[in-house]
Design a protein around this ligand. Structure first.
Ligand code: MSP
Length: 502
């Protein structure tokens, strides 16, 4: 059975549970959530997966350092990630843990299938391993002998392991990249991967001896080895939708439409994972969506610098929607970006409180004053161009540009008020002018409420409620038509969307 047309499957990376969640993780999950919500507006049925990556050396050591067993350790931190997604108002439909039976069964099946393709063999190996990355490095990729990401010297490991014939997939991958020029978003990341392919891929070790590491999924048929954590982790994207456990469900949802992540793990997703899938005779995901790194006040977030921003703090001060909006209005998705409370504060005041909040407040207040709180006579309007521009950006993961389109509209409506001066028109008895202006504002605000729904679902709902628009089924086809606010409908009392924060 081919994947169903009306299905959209989006994923985040599964997060390591060696430390608590921070705004970097929140950023990725919100991005995926925005797309999930946008696709629902388009009428798609969405499967949105996130979860936790619980095996490997890094986690085994973190548990040891805390003096608890690995299962107890991962249970607690995984719960923290689950909770974070609730606080973020993420609409994920699933949350996978790699310690779950469905995942273990699927990962083992995957191994067996790759093995049957002749892509797994055993050999002795010695190499430099960075536990932070859970990855082997070759000398030339180190900077002054240190891992470029963790700035630590990798450890020399030597043992007999299973290997995956990644080299065999260099040519098929090149072909795939050439035939799918939009495979990796953004383009510079696609080029980077294509360059690596040009140099050729080496086979990689995909298991560890249980003498060195027992916290992992047993290799089928060999109890003395556990799977390499990346081989295990990548399969989560298929095991979560039933690979090895529910083939019907799997068939409905695979291939994924988008795997979202930051650039440091692009290589695993754009090269290793597609090669693994080719080996397992499965389709390659449609798109790998790679974003940049978040810094805080211009610096890399790190425990030692003490600048790790806790998403809960932001949410309790500004509310979830302001946070979600800020991250995608301020930064260009795909590039690196910088978080600062100063900039968040500015955006909160200027874009949210002033531009949007006041627009709604003034419009509703004027409607109460001049039109007895009822939607005035309908006026024609043409908004196709707005939706075309907005949708083109949303489909292309250009969230910042999509928000610019929306805020142009917001500003345009604010200018309309200043230009038309409904209070003067009212004083002069030009009731038709007042009605026309107010209808344009109210209906425009309704359109805006829908456009911001993927970004700020709570605000969207509040706006629609204040506009007296009760019906809310998230589907564009019923919502974007001009003129759905019916004249005579009663408006609620205005309420500040983004109240002043001390
Ligand atoms: N467990 C692996 C992923 C396996 S997926 C099959 C892993 N986990 S992680 O906890 O380190 O998460 C990395 C991801 O978290 C990044 O790729 C990114 O999506 C997000 N981010 C973590 N820190 C971040 C920033 N400072 N900035 C942006 N994104 C960040 O890698």
């Amino acid at each position: 059975m081919p994947k169903r047309e009306d299905h959209y499957y989006v994923t985040t990376p599964i997060y390591y549970v060696n430390a608590a969640a921070h705004i970097g993780h929140a950023y990725t999950s919100i991005a995926a959530d925005i797309m999930a919500r946008f696709q629902r507006l388009l009428g798609k049925q969405v499967n949105f997966l996130t979860g936790t990556d619980e095996h490997g050396q890094k986690i085994a050591r973190a548990a040891e350092a805390k003096g608890v067993g690995p299962q107890t350790f991962v249970d607690e931190i995984s719960e923290g990630f689950r909770d974070l997604h609730k606080v973020l108002n993420a609409s994920n439909t699933d949350f996978i843990r790699t310690s779950e039976p469905r995942h273990i069964a699927g990962a083992q099946k995957f191994w067996e299938v790759a093995n049957a393709s002749g892509d797994i063999y055993k050999k002795s190996y010695e190499g430099l391993y960075c536990v932070g990355c859970e990855q082997y490095f070759v000398e030339k990729d180190l900077i002054d002998g240190l891992c470029p990401i963790h700035k630590k010297a990798p450890e020399m490991l030597s043992e007999e392991n299973y290997f995956f014939r990644l080299s065999r997939y260099t040519e098929p991958l090149k072909k795939y990249f050439d035939e799918h020029p939009q495979f990796v978003f953004p383009q510079n990341r696609q080029k980077e991967m294509r360059q690596i392919l040009e140099e050729g891929l080496d086979d990689i070790s995909i298991s560890r001896s249980t003498e060195k590491l027992s916290w992992g999924i047993p290799v089928p048929g060999d109890d003395s080895q556990v799977m390499y954590v990346w081989f295990d982790a990548l399969t989560n994207y298929v095991t979560a939708i039933g690979y090895g456990t529910d083939e019907k469900f799997f068939g409905d949802w695979w291939p994924a439409d988008a795997h979202v992540m930051a650039k440091e793990i692009n290589r695993f997703h754009s090269l290793l994972w597609p090669a693994m899938l080719m080996s397992a005779k499965l389709e390659v995901p449609k798109q790998i969506v790679v974003h940049g790194w978040l810094t805080v006040d211009g610096e890399k977030m790190s425990k030692s610098l003490g600048n790790v921003v806790n998403p809960y703090d932001i949410v309790s001060r500004y509310g979830i929607d302001a946070f979600r909006f800020f991250m995608f209005r301020e930064m260009s998705f795909g590039s690196d970006g910088d978080f600062s409370y100063t900039k968040l504060d500015q955006r909160y005041r200027a874009d949210l409180s002033n531009d949007l909040g006041n627009l709604l407040m003034r419009t509703i207040a004027m409607t109460h004053k001049f039109c007895e709180g009822r939607v005035p006579l309908e006026t024609k309007g043409e908004h196709q161009e707005f939706w075309d521009r907005y949708s083109a950006h949303m489909n292309a993961w250009e969230f910042q540009k999509a928000l610019e389109v929306v805020w142009d509209y917001v500003r345009g409506l604010n200018q309309l008020i200043d230009r038309e001066k409904p209070w003067t028109a009212n004083k002069e008895g030009r009731t038709e002018d007042v009605a026309r202006t107010l209808y344009t504002l109210l209906e425009g605000l309704r359109q805006i409420a829908i456009a911001i729904q993927p970004f700020m679902p709570e605000t969207s709902e509040k706006m629609l409620r204040q506009l007296g628009f009760e019906f809310f089924e998230p589907n564009f086809s019923n919502l974007v038509e001009w003129g759905l606010l019916k004249s005579g409908a009663e408006l609620a009392q205005p309420e500040a969307l983004f109240p002043h924060i001390e």
